[in-house]
Design a binder for this molecule. Structure first.
Ligand code: ADP
Ligand code: MG
Length: 242
């Protein structure tokens, strides 16, 4: 088994003026290379907290996280920034593009933080943009001139440009109508077919039907395989849980 990532017994406790929130309560998960995994749960279940840990944006309170054989739970902030810049591609609900920059510039941006020579950046961006099937005529458009579906494809190209180990998407279709959302999901599926690893986070069961595997999170805990099976076996409890 070729694992891209493995987390073991992750806890994340937030401390605020109001007290402690135990947002992740012992999450363990392994993701194989080339897998399209969906993490599904209702609002407040800990999805974004888990995404932040998987994306090396946040350090868990305890537990281990191995990404491509490297124990990232022991890295310092600079080392984590390097992992984020080179090994992980992020896709967000709100696209997070620079609105007045062109499509090309948006997609080339992560290459500034990598060791890609300046002379090769354009070629890398073009490769990423063709992987998401954005027509060439848009490459020099400003990103705020695009439709939502086009913006999200640009954001996926930006996530791809460094050839990351892992593409992490948090509610990537949340701001799109269902036909456009489907096009974006089809893009993730095609990337999976090409050997990319995609972890997509959502509260929407329609979205999760596009993935190879779905794990459910509730109150900071991933359901066990057995609970998953009984969930699949009962439409009633599926409604209850999503
Ligand atoms: P989801 O993305 O599934 O909606 P979150 O991971 O955002 O869930 O939140 C899980 C729990 O942790 C919630 O109870 C939320 O209020 C709490 N939480 C999330 N982020 C913070 C934070 N920065 N400080 C304190 N509590 C937080
Ligand atoms: Mg969230």
């Amino acid at each position: 088994m070729d694992l891209v990532l493995e987390v073991h017994d992750i806890h994340r406790i937030y401390e605020t003026d109001a007290g402690f929130t135990h947002a992740l309560k012992g999450v363990s998960l392994a993701v194989e290379r080339g897998e399209f995994l969906c993490i599904m749960g209702p609002s407040g279940s800990g999805k974004s907290t888990l995404m932040n840990v998987l994306g090396c944006l946040d350090t868990p309170s305890s537990g281990t996280y191995i990404l491509e054989g490297v124990d990232v739970s022991s890295l310092d902030d600079d080392e984590l920034a390097q992992v984020r810049a080179t090994r992980i591609g992020f896709v967000f609900q709100s696209f997070n593009l620079l609105p007045r920059s062109t499509v090309m510039r948006n997609v080339m941006l992560p290459l500034v933080y990598s060791d890609c020579p300046v002379g090769r950046r354009e070629e890398r961006a073009i490769r990423a943009l063709s992987a998401v099937s954005l027509p060439e005529e848009y490459y020099d458009h400003k990103s705020n001139e695009l439709s939502g579906g086009q913006m999200q494809r640009v954001a996926i190209a930006r996530a791809l440009v460094n050839d990351p180990a892992l593409i992490l998407a948090d509610e990537p279709t949340g701001n799109l109508d269902s036909a456009t959302g489907e096009m974006v999901l089809r893009t993730f599926r095609r990337l999976r077919d090409e050997g990319k690893t995609v972890v997509l986070i959502t509260h929407d069961p329609e979205v999760s039907s596009w993935a190879d595997r779905t794990v459910h999170i509730r109150d900071g805990i991933l359901l066990t395989d057995e609970q998953e099976r009984s969930l699949r076996g009962s439409a009633h409890s599926v409604r209850g849980l999503t």
